[in-house]
Write a protein that binds this ligand. Structure first.
Ligand code: C6P
Length: 426
């Protein structure tokens, strides 16, 4: 790496230059030390943001400061450090609350990531509420994390998992979705943005339709939260989940939002310290929200780091991020569409800033390998969305996914590298 991870001499954030009016991508990039790296002798072009995003200095520094000066266990000690760490951890929860406009901090449960959040709802709400013949409705474009937890709970309860289809372009077939949403449907679980296609689903409408049928709605926001403003109260969703590492925060931390009355009625997911009020062999009573769902010592540094990440992108502004990324998406899509032999997988009208593609006669892994030689990081494979691949009749795709720190030049470098792949194979 040409830029190390040494903390800046200035206090957290003091060296950040985030211009208010114009989108100064070069100034933003200076906040991300890893972006100055070279790979295979070429400047790193990081286009694997849907897998995980890079971390800005304020996040790195916040985590370093936590371990250097603030580390203690939380909710347990009466000593100064424990109270400090507790306050920081709970302040991070409030940051998540405000970021998604939840009504209360107790509606935010810290989890390891979106996967754990969905498993929590499946195991807690699902086991308590699902009966044989009840239905869970997902879409055909879900990540495995929004399929397998429901299959597990369906096996345990006798409920049935159904998947609404999508078109060849990767657009959810709403007519089919509505038809499959019946009086038997107890929960609709839909991705806000598809990680394999980029499709932005009409989640507001989906939530309303679910509620009209008496079903709950869970939204998997993993690929939406880094790219667009999300307001859970406006959406009126019952649950919303996301992972911290995709939104410029650390790995191992994420959030489950749930409406308070639902979370209150749900049994604990895991047992252990911190989720109880009192324990005896005769009777154990559970803690209040959100702690009822947070057994054991949590990822304290992760939560605080996530809070710093949300502060950082809020400073830039989610609308501006969205606008800028749309420019990158349009530029890259137009150029890639012109290359003979390249097919973009996922061309719905509403799309987030990722492009899945295949090239005639060239395996996506070979595309990824040649792009890597050019310093370009993309993901290849099924993207943990095997049903999407099966539906579209491709074994795998190459996927370039953009973040707000990517540049127009990087989009052009991707296009040049795709042309080079074709040259090499021809
Ligand atoms: N998708 C990708 O490269 P975790 O692993 O819990 O942080 O996130 C799971 C997950 C859930 N839903 C969606 C829509 C996702 O995209 C992901 C993670 C990564 O596409 C890694 S497989």
């Amino acid at each position: 790496m040409s830029a190390g991870l040494t903390p800046a001499a200035t206090p957290s954030g003091a060296d950040r230059i985030v211009p208010v009016r114009s989108f100064d991508v070069e100034a933003i990039r200076r906040d991300f030390p890893i972006l100055a790296s070279t790979v295979n002798g070429k400047p790193l072009v990081y286009l694997d943001n849907a897998a995980t995003s890079q971390k800005p200095r304020p996040v790195i520094e916040t985590i370093m400061r936590y371990y250097a000066a603030e580390n203690a266990n939380i909710h347990r000690g009466v000593h100064w450090l424990s109270e400090l760490a507790t306050a920081k951890h709970e302040a991070a929860r409030v940051k998540v609350q405000h970021f998604i406009n939840a009504a209360a901090a107790r509606e935010i449960i810290f989890v390891r990531g979106a996967t754990e959040a969905i498993n929590l709802v499946a195991q807690s709400w699902g086991r308590a509420n699902l009966r044989p013949g009840d239905e869970i409705l997902v879409t055909g474009m879900e990540h495995h994390s929004n399929i397998v937890p429901w299959q597990i709970v369906c096996e345990a309860t006798g409920a049935i998992l159904r998947a609404a289809p999508f078109s060849d372009r990767g657009q959810l077939l709403l007519g089919e979705f509505d038809r499959m949403l019946t009086g038997k449907t107890r929960l609709v679980a839909v991705t806000h943005v598809s990680n394999a296609l980029g499709t932005i689903n009409p989640v507001h409408r989906i939530v309303q339709a679910a509620h009209d049928r008496g079903a709950l709605a869970l939204i998997d926001g993993c690929q939406a939260i880094p790219h667009m403003p999300v307001d859970v109260r406006e959406l009126d969703c019952d649950f919303y989940v996301f992972s911290g590492h995709k939104v410029f925060g650390p790995t191992g931390i994420g959030a489950l939002y749930g409406k308070e009355k639902l979370l209150d009625a749900m049994p604990p997911y895991q047992g252990g310290g911190d989720m109880i009020k009192s324990v005896s062999f005769e009777k154990t009573t559970y803690n209040d929200l959100p702690y009822k769902f947070e057994a054991g010592t949590p990822h304290i540094a992760g939560a605080i780091g996530l809070g710093a990440a949300l502060d950082y992108i809020q400073d830039i502004g989610m609308r501006r991020i969205n606008e800028y990324e749309n420019q990158l998406l349009t530029r890259a899509t137009n150029a890639i569409s012109e290359i003979p032999g390249v097919r973009i997988i996922g061309t719905p009208p509403c799309k987030a800033s990722l492009i899945s593609f295949v090239i005639d006669g060239i395996h996506p892994h070979d595309i990824g390998t040649i792009l890597d030689q050019e310093g370009i990081a993309i993901r290849t494979g099924h993207h943990c969305a095997q049903p999407v691949m099966e539906r579209l009749g491709v074994p795998a795709t190459a996927r370039a996914s953009f973040a707000f720190y990517n540049t127009h030049q990087e989009a052009d470098a991707l296009v040049r590298a795709i042309r080079k792949v074709i040259e090499v194979f021809n």
